[in-house]
Design a protein around this ligand. Structure first.
Ligand SMILES: [Zn+2]
Length: 337
């Protein structure tokens, strides 16, 4: 079966010292480990945020050959790479965030240049400024990016923010697919232990994004030509759709600006399949339909699918036809690969 992974991340091997260039602190950089003497293991590094260790990573993040070898190992034909959200710089002045977007977007294409038939990239944009975001996403598309990844909020602005909707309309007009990734998770002071920011905060963030798009009238206002996909199976959204629907029907204030009940909008967005559980995958297929789900792994991070594609391939309930849609054909259509 053909396999296309739409949710994987890259980090360039090195880039200029952003703290030195712009001042301030908390800039991302990679601290590389001493090379393995026999060179038998992939190189390791620590992704740093200023002086703080953020996440241990290995060379699949920046070395296309390591990535391609592991794709071969697991039978992945194509992979779409996107930035790690720590590179977004949404809280910096727009000139600095625009500079970072160009820097990392060009670096992504450089990684993909190793095999342009198998590796594809999503761009990042300085989402704190909508004009600059529209300029950068159009530039990136012209350079070869197959879509754009955005963080699911900018500070207190959710997906129904006027500016974010303007950006989404621009993407719809230019036929640029959008992938929404959770980041900068809510309740960080109460989820700092046990990786709860990732296991609890991220799914809640994504649910919040889809709900705000629906109830904020986002899907009513933006053209239905918009291609938009939310990460991690939509987080908590599918499981809690009944609760949302019940509230919409029985409380006026829970309707927000949406013209229709929440379930009406399920044909307006896609979700990836990074849910790591067959029952959860079955629920997504049941709620969203087999046309609106695309295989995603979160490779090469520790919370990603360790053997890429296994969840879908080993499903006892999905037909081969559905599996093929989820594993590749939906993504090839969505991203025009
Ligand atoms: Zn991810």
């Amino acid at each position: 079966m053909k396999v296309v992974d739409i949710h994987s991340h890259f980090i360039p091997k090195e880039w200029e010292n952003l703290q030195k260039k712009f001042g301030g602190d908390g800039w991302p950089w990679l601290s590389h480990s001493e090379s393995n003497v026999n060179n038998t293991q992939p190189e390791k590094a620590m992704l740093m945020k200023g002086k703080q260790a953020f996440r241990p990573v290995y060379s699949a993040c920046w070395d296309a050959q390591v990535r391609l070898d592991e794709m071969d190992r697991d039978g992945v034909d194509k992979q779409i790479i996107s930035a790690t959200p720590i590179l977004f710089a949404y809280d910096r002045p727009v000139e600095q965030a625009s500079y970072c977007a160009q820097l990392f977007n060009d670096a992504a294409l450089d990684i993909c240049s190793k095999d342009t038939q198998r590796l594809f990239a999503l761009a990042q944009v300085p989402l704190q400024n909508i004009d600059a975001s529209c300029i950068e996403v159009s530039r990136a598309k012209a350079c070869g990016h197959v879509g754009v990844q955005i963080g699911n909020h900018v500070g207190e602005k959710n997906m129904d923010d006027e500016g974010v909707l303007t950006f989404l309309q621009h993407c719809a007009d230019e036929d640029i697919p959008v992938f929404v990734h959770p980041w900068d998770m809510m309740a960080s002071e109460r989820t700092k232990d046990y990786m709860m920011g990732w296991t609890v905060g991220m799914p809640a963030e994504t649910q919040l994004s889809i709900v705000s798009m629906i109830l904020g009238g986002g899907f009513d206002r933006v053209s239905d030509t918009l291609k938009i996909c939310f990460a991690h199976g939509g987080g908590s959204f599918a499981f809690l759709l009944g609760r949302l629907e019940n509230a919409w029907h029985h409380k006026d204030i829970a309707r927000g600006k949406s013209q229709h009940p929440p379930s009406h909008y399920l044909n307006r967005f896609h979700l990836d399949t990074a849910v790591f559980d067959h029952d959860a995958l079955d629920l997504l297929v049941k709620k969203m339909g087999p046309e609106r789900l695309m295989f995603g792994t979160d490779y090469p991070f520790p919370l990603g699918e360790q053997q890429m594609g296994q969840l879908i391939k080993t499903s006892a309930d999905l037909s081969d036809q559905t599996k093929q849609k989820l594993l590749a054909s939906n993504a090839e259509q969505f991203f025009s690969l």
